[in-house]
Design a protein around this ligand. Structure first.
Ligand code: G16
Length: 545
């Protein structure tokens, strides 16, 4: 017999979701009632869950298995009739989005702290995606937070843990738990978008080698199944393909700083022609060619410019969207194609309405995220397959495609400087200091550059007209260079200040310079405007990407 127990609890004050769900240290989630409170606050906010279908899965990090069992019991008590859960409680974020959409689920819970490190001393996270497969909008996450502040009980089914190691159906009280293959539906969807025959030809030709670094995170099984088994990439093309609860001690963030092994391989003269990596939960990607790094902002622009080569996008793009700090490279491609380009706040949730309304087909962010209307999340492997499709169709190297793109559209030199684990008051002080200067900046010159715009970015959603304020300080110059400042919404230690730097160059003799050299004067302006050294004692950023 299974009974539903009502447990008294008291609120936690820190359950406000950030850019992408609630992210905390594992030890925070391990506190008695912490996870239960948050999930019950979510269910209370959603209203009646009775008779509905929920999707559940995570990136396999430490605490994924324990949290999945707790959530199943809370879902059964909340009245869900069915939960589709990935085998062993695993689902990449894009696969979860695909499953929610395919089976018309009412939503899904994804257990992940994305690219943040895992393990017992690492981070854990939980986020809710709505029925379109995308991250819950701010009005939902704000309501969950409000509810979490007054919660005094939760309801949970008493019973044994569910065996998630086998596919099939199991009953949990009145609820059916269906353990699903985490890879199949996603792989099928990829097959509808890309020219698998052409990619297979490329991957099996002896002229081409590639490496995909799964960083011991969730994309290992997906990459083995799709790249090696289905598309014929040589065994060993997938590196670090076994998901581990602590990601092998690494930091599963696909960028130049954290995917060192891959970056070293691709910088060798005899290295593979193509390299890519994905993050903890499989929604981020990094693209490399031999000797060349494709910045995420450039990648979005180049995918947009080459979309007509890919079957799923051949019919044309309705529009594109990028987050505000993402470089303006894609704007130039959109202008050439005669399609709209939307500028949204940071956070994939802001693309949802544009995609649902068919106003945008491709979206991307500087934070190594690219995706399309096939789901409502950014999608790491999708970006890899898109690039492989373009390489196969054009018969050129990554470097040739990149250089031709810059020659045609000019180059948006771009870099992000992160100052991590700052004292929260000091970081807020910097933003306030910038706000205080904002009105005075337009018209001022810095080293020959004139400020044409200085504002605190606010976004009005063109579909539901909701307004999001304070999304980052934006400083634009008359030569279209920009510096943007904002505080990260995904960190778990102190505050992280992100400084985004961008300079446009169309002179054909200046397209292959060193990015940090080109941006040096903007970096100096950013330091001057923030007074960062004085305020934080930091002389240089923690991470440069
Ligand atoms: C999340 C969001 C992204 C955002 C990124 C960085 O990514 O989904 O939209 O760009 O965080 O956000 P922040 O600058 O606030 O740290 P992920 O991959 O962590 O889920």
């Amino acid at each position: 017999m299974t009974a539903i127990r009502t447990v008294s609890t008291t609120p936690f004050a820190d359950q406000k979701p950030g850019t992408s769900g609630l992210r905390k240290k594992v030890s925070v989630f391990q506190q008695p009632h912490y996870l239960e409170n948050f999930v019950q606050a979510l269910f209370d906010t959603l209203g009646s869950c009775r008779g509905q279908t929920l999707v559940l899965g995570g990136d396999g990090r430490y605490y994924n298995d324990i949290a999945a069992q707790t959530i199943l019991k809370l879902a059964a008590a909340a009245g869900y009739s069915r939960v589709l859960v990935g085998l062993n409680g695993l689902l990449s974020t894009p696969a979860a989005s695909a499953v929610i959409r395919k089976y018309s689920a009412s939503g899904g819970i994804i257990l992940s702290a994305s690219h943040n490190p895992g393990g017992v001393n690492g981070d854990f996270g939980i986020k809710y995606n709505i029925s379109n497969g995308g991250p819950a909008p701010e009005k939902v996450t704000d309501a969950v937070y409000e509810r979490s502040k007054s919660i005094d009980h939760y309801r949970i089914l008493e019973g044994d843990d569910v065996a998630l190691e086998r596919l099939g159906e199991i009953r949990l009280g009145a609820m059916v738990v269906e353990v699903v293959d985490p890879v199949q539906d996603y792989a099928d969807l990829m097959g509808t978008l890309f020219d698998f025959d052409r990619i297979r030809e490329l991957l099996t030709s002896n002229r081409f080698t590639m490496r995909f670094d799964a960083m011991h995170a969730i994309t290992g099984p997906y990459a083995h199944a799709i790249l090696e088994d289905e598309l014929g990439a040589a065994a060993g093309s997938v590196m670090n393909g076994q998901p581990l609860p602590d990601f092998g001690g690494g930091h599963p963030d696909p960028n130049l700083a954290h995917a060192e092994e891959l970056v070293a391989l691709l910088s060798r003269g005899d290295g593979p022609q193509f390299g890519a990596a994905a993050d903890g939960d499989g929604d981020r990607n990094m693209i490399l060619g031999r000797g060349v790094f494709v910045s995420p902002s450039d990648s979005l622009a180049m995918l947009t410019a080459n979309a007509d080569l890919v079957p799923g996008y051949r019919a044309g793009l309705t529009g594109v969207a990028r987050s505000m700090p993402t470089s303006q490279a894609v704007d130039r491609v959109a202008a050439k194609l005669g399609i709209s380009c939307y500028e949204t706040p940071t956070g994939w949730k802001f693309f949802g309405n544009l995609l649902d309304a068919d106003m945008a087909t491709l979206c991307g962010e500087e934070s190594f995220g690219t995706g399309s209307n096939h789901i409502r999340e950014k999608d790491g492997l999708w970006a890899v397959l898109f690039w492989l499709n373009v390489l196969a169709a054009r018969g050129q190297s990554v470097a040739e495609i990149v250089h031709q793109h810059w020659a045609e559209f000019g180059r948006n030199y771009y870099s992000r400087h992160d100052y991590e684990a700052l004292d929260i008051d000091a970081a807020n002080g910097i933003i306030e200091h910038l706000r205080a200067q904002m009105q005075m900046l337009p018209g001022q010159s810095f080293g020959g550059r004139q400020v044409s715009l200085a504002d605190d970015f606010a976004y009005t959603d063109p579909v539901d007209h909701s307004v999001s304020q304070h999304q980052g300080i934006r400083i634009g110059f008359s030569d279209s260079a920009r510096i943007i400042f904002r505080l990260s919404g995904t960190g778990t230690e102190g505050a992280t200040l992100r400084i985004y730097l961008e300079a446009y160059e169309s002179n054909q003799t200046k397209l292959n310079l060193d990015t940090q050299d080109v941006l040096a004067d903007l970096i100096a302006i950013a330091k001057q405007l923030t007074d960062i050294e004085q305020r934080t004692g930091r002389k240089s950023p923690t991470v440069i990407t």
